[in-house]
Structures are given as structure tokens and as C-alpha cells.
Design a binder for this molecule. Sequence first.
Ligand code: PLP
Length: 367
Amino acid sequence: MKPIYLDNQATTPIAPEVVDAMLPWLKDNFGNPHSPHLMGRQAAAAVEVARDQVAGLLPDGGRVIFTGSATEAINLAMGAVRTREGRKQITVLDTEHAAVRDTALWYRTQGFETSLLDVGQEGLVSLEDMEACLDQQTALVGAMLVNNEIGTIQPVEQIAEMAHRNGALMLCDAVQGFGRLDIPQQADLIALSGHKIYGPKGIGALWVRDGIELPPLIHGGGQEQGIRSGTLSPALCVGLGRAAKLCAERRQEDMAHITKLAETAHSLFGDWTVNGLLAQRYAGNLNIRRDGLDVARLMSDVRGVAFSAGSACASGSGRPSHVLSALGLEPAQIKSSIRLGFGRYNSIEEVEQAAALINQAAENQLS
Ligand code: PLP
């Protein structure tokens, strides 16, 4: 039997509308979008429609660059620090995804000074702390829109204004918020991913404000606007574009549905403690713990539900969660945490069944 899928932060199921839009570009329309003949031009036109669909959810005054993942988009974006003459400081939140955090730390090997900003027990950055961290040396500030492990929504708009007052660029990892929440209009670089918005894996995008210089990461034919070499996949671009458009069309409906699922879950997991702030949180994320629980055992006992151990970094690296550590949780509390992620295709009945299975297994362990 298919497990109940409650791991929508790790990846989302692909929307049927997205599959339908992609199929012709995997079958008969196989032209190279960089070829000058008719088949190539048709493929290129489809890529441009997709670009406009993605851009429709992003601020004016910038362009969309297709990449192979959000991780690649973030690495490309962070290269902008090399163009900021005399500025050698990078500040990112301690709870950023590894794509941002580890890249920022890697820049230490390139002569940059990287600060990981503390977020406190609730997982929310303090704007005063952020202000104190920035100065005329700061090249780039990174803050995610929605945290992938605990769902906290950060005040990205205010952080971007603060970065600008100090002459720095602002990178927003919007992977978990794109298509669901308003996109911060003040950010300079915005990264997103296809497989978190009911689109395909293997494609992401970077939105870049006009006038920002980006050194290429991948050299070659310069196919993607001279910045990112490699033949674009029209099927993946079309899939990302259709997924973005669908998110925009269904935004209120999706949010209302996910809020209902979250309310049901909150009422059924009353014996658990929520990790992180409840108030400023994306409803589709529930990260909870029960002291004394062995989550590795829980996961093997509850095979009928696909969910995450709260302790496992969502990037799948198997490293203990730096996010839960940043909240000040003890290692034992981290090991007794789970993450449930609700999405468009979940039903209330699924949440009820999953809660019954998880709660029963937890009771068996703790009694
Ligand atoms: N940023 C966040 C917040 C994520 O949740 C993820 C994926 O887990 C990424 C970045 C990386 O995205 P991708 O899988 O497209 O590289």
C-alpha cells in the first residue's frame, strides 16, 4: 500500500497539469531550444513562456535565470560577493538551508568573513541583532523566506532594507515560500526550486535584480543569457512555469486547505511540543517533539506514513539538524523530534490516519 505522504518540505508530488504540460516536450517536440531552425525556435518559445510564468510571481525590474536546482541558483547568486569591491563580509542566518549556510562558510576559504546570525529559541531573527552585524564591509546578507525545517517566516523585507542601507546585496532563499506567500519585493537575488511547488525535480531558478553582475559558475556555450552554460531542458522549464502559474491560480485555495490540515494536525498532536514559533510560521510545517521518544524507532514502526525525523537535516545529508540546535534544543530533544509537511494533495482523512498511527507507535514506545 502507498504510504501517506506527509513530507512536503522534502519534495512535493508533481501536479497532473504539470505532467501534461511537460509531455509534448519529452516526446515529439525534442528540438534543442538553442537551434535556429523551426523545432529549435518552438522549444525556445516554450522556454520563454515558462520564464514569464515564473517571473509573474517575482518582483518587476529583474530577470529569471533557469538553473538545475535551487542549490545551483544560490551558489550562482552568492558569486555576486566577488564583484563587491572592498566588501569582504557575508551575513546569513544560522538556520539557513545548507545551500546558503555551507556556501557562505566556504567563502571563508576565499578570504571572506562569514557571520552566522543567531535566531534564538523561537527561530526568528532579531532585527536589532541583524542591524548590529552589518556595516560598510558587508557584501551580502542571506535570509530565507520560510524555514524548511520549522516553517518560521523571516522578516525578509526589513532585512533587505537594512542590507541596502549598508550598501549590501540581499539574497532570499524563497524555496519553501515561492508560490505560497508574497515574495519580498526588496530582495536583490531570489532562489526557487521546481520540486517544492508541485513541479519537476532537476530545475530551479534565480531571479536577479537588473544591474547586478554575476560571475558564471558553469562555463561553456553561455546558453542561458551568457551566465549559465548547458542546453536548457524545455520539458523542465515548461514544468516549472506551469507549476508556478498553478500555484498563483490556486494560492488562496491551497492555503485554505493547508490551514485546515494543519488545524486538524494541531488538535491531534496535543501531547507533543511544537519546535519553534507557532505565530509566524507557514501552516504546512509542523515540527514537534515528545521527550523520551526514539524517532529512528518510530519511523521504522510507522512505515505507512512518509515523514521526516526532525533531527535529520532536510538536505538528506544525515547530519544532525543545525536548525533545531540553533533553537537551543538538547541533542536528546532533537532526536525525539519529527517534521510533518502538509500539501495540496493531502486529505483530512490522511492526516487523521497518520496521527493515529504515529501517536499509537509513540504510546507503545513510551508506556
Ligand atoms: N533551500 C531550501 C529552504 C530548501 O528547502 C531546499 C531543498 O530542500 C533547497 C534550498 C535546495 O533546493 P534544491 O533541491 O532545488 O537544490
